[in-house]
Design a protein around this ligand. Sequence first.
Ligand code: HEC
Length: 116
Amino acid sequence: MSSPLTACAVFAAALACAVPAYCAESEAQSAQSLRQSELVRLVRQDCGSCHGMTLAGGLGPALSKEALAQRPQSYLQEIILHGIPGTPMPPWRGLLSDQDAQWIARELLRGFPDGR
Ligand code: HEC
C-alpha cells in the first residue's frame, strides 16, 4: 500500500528529472527561432538591397518561390555561401553558417517569410 507521502516523493522525483530536459529543449528552440528572425531581417535588408526589398528583383534577380521553382535547394545554398564569381553576388560564408544558408535556401523555395 503506498501512502500519499510516497506518491508525492515519486512525483517530485519524476518532475526533477523531466523539467531540466524540457528546459534545455525549449532553450535550444528559442535560440533557433531567435537566429531565424535574425536571418529573416538579414535577407530582407542585405539581400534585399540587391534583390529588392520584396525580393522581386532589382540589381539581382527575383528570389520569389515562383522565380526559383526550378532551382535545387543545394544549388541555392552553394550560391549563398560562395556567391557567383564575376557578378555582384557576393559570398556570405563569413557571415552565415552552412546551416543558416540551408535554412535561407529552404525558406526562399517556400516563399520567404516577410518578417513582419
Ligand atoms: C551586391 C548585390 C547582391 C547582394 C547583396 C546579394 N545578391 Fe544575390 N545576386 C546578385 C546578382 C547580381 C545575382 C545574379 C548574378 C548572375 O548570375 O548574373 C545574384 C544571384 C543570386 C541567386 C541566384 C538566383 C538564380 O535564379 O539562380 C541567389 C539564390 C541569390 N543571389 C541569393 C542571395 C541571397 C540569399 C543574398 C543575401 C544573403 C544575396 N543574394 C545578396 C546580387 C546580390
